[in-house]
Design a protein around this ligand. Structure first.
Ligand SMILES: [Mg+2]
Length: 294
């Protein structure tokens, strides 16, 4: 999320109110919704960073919209500020119970509302930064082990149909570290992960499991395509030229072990285990190759 490109959704059944908010929030990207149903549709389609939500609306009131958004994984973390003419304590309590982070009464003071908007966006940005740090490997920028397992398990839980796991390991990596030092070893790891990232489909889960070991989980309808893709990655890494800290040219290769989920696969760990066995075979039979489990 970049500063200046934040998108705020304003929801109100009164057109004049929407106009006032759009004018006030002119420094942000603003999307308007005239009702709860429309708001839910927009949230499902767009990346929304903050919602300003009216309470009294026909069909679906603000509380119901808020509760609904909090139930949905994709929208549960979007902060919601209620803006309403109701100022009785019960209404305020209900707004927080529904999941709102703040409450502003109409008529609102423009500068106060802007300040509250700013605080929520900053708060949200900080949370996103922390979440990124907690879920990514700092050196390579790919998912760390914890996040890899979280996302891969989620993929498996959705469906094991057409699901593949590829385990990857840089061949004789210890030798690179011993010969050229760890900073150079790090360069090699970064270069390798870049090649993999650039050659996997969007939606694949790619993570660093530890040291020089990585895994990709992807869904694909064609086994041939998966074979082809992993072979391409292996070749590109074989051709990769990395420089050591001292300027020497370094080449490296990777081994890959691949398994596809079938009716006997009970969980992700089993699938990883099968891929790992294939990786072990690839290592034991000359390295620089991908072995698919039949
Ligand atoms: Mg209203």
């Amino acid at each position: 999320m970049m500063v200046g490109t934040r998108t705020i959704l304003v929801v109100d059944d009164t057109v004049t109110n929407l106009d006032i908010l759009v004018e006030l929030l002119k420094d942000y990207d603003v999307i308007e919704a005239a009702g709860g149903v429309e708001a839910l549709e927009i949230v499902a389609e767009e990346e929304i960073d903050l919602i300003l939500l009216d309470i009294m609306m026909p069909v679906m009131d603000g509380y119901a919209v808020c509760r609904k958004l909090k139930e949905i994984e994709e929208s549960k973390d979007i902060p919601i500020i209620f803006i309403t003419a109701r100022s009785d304590e019960d209404a305020i309590e209900k707004a927080y119970d529904a999941g709102g982070v703040d409450y502003v009464t109409k008529p609102f003071k423009p500068k106060e509302l802007l300040a509250r908007v700013k605080i929520q966006l900053e708060h949200q940005e900080m949370i996103e930064k922390l979440e990124f740090l907690a879920s990514h490997d700092p050196m390579t920028g790919i998912y760390n082990r914890r996040k890899f397992f979280e996302l891969a398990n989620r993929k498996f839980a959705e469906s094991s149909k057409d699901l593949y796991v590829a385990m990857m390991d840089i061949d004789r990596f210890k030798k690179i570290n011993d010969t050229y030092g760890h900073p150079t070893g790090d360069r090699v790891i970064k270069a390798v992960t870049r090649v993999v990232s650039e050659n996997i489909d969007e939606g694949s889960v790619f993570g660093r499991l530890g040291g020089e070991e990585f895994a990709v989980v992807c869904r694909h309808s064609s086994r041939d395509n998966v074979v082809e893709r992993l072979e391409l990655i292996r070749e590109k890494i074989e051709q990769l030229e990395t420089r050591s800290a001292g300027g020497e040219l370094i080449r490296c290769t990777i081994s890959e072990g691949v398994a596809k989920a079938d009716e006997t696969t009970g969980n992700l760990d089993e699938l990883l285990q099968r891929a790992d066995e294939m990786l072990y075979k690839a290592k034991g039979s000359g390295r620089n190759k991908a072995i698919f489990r039949i």
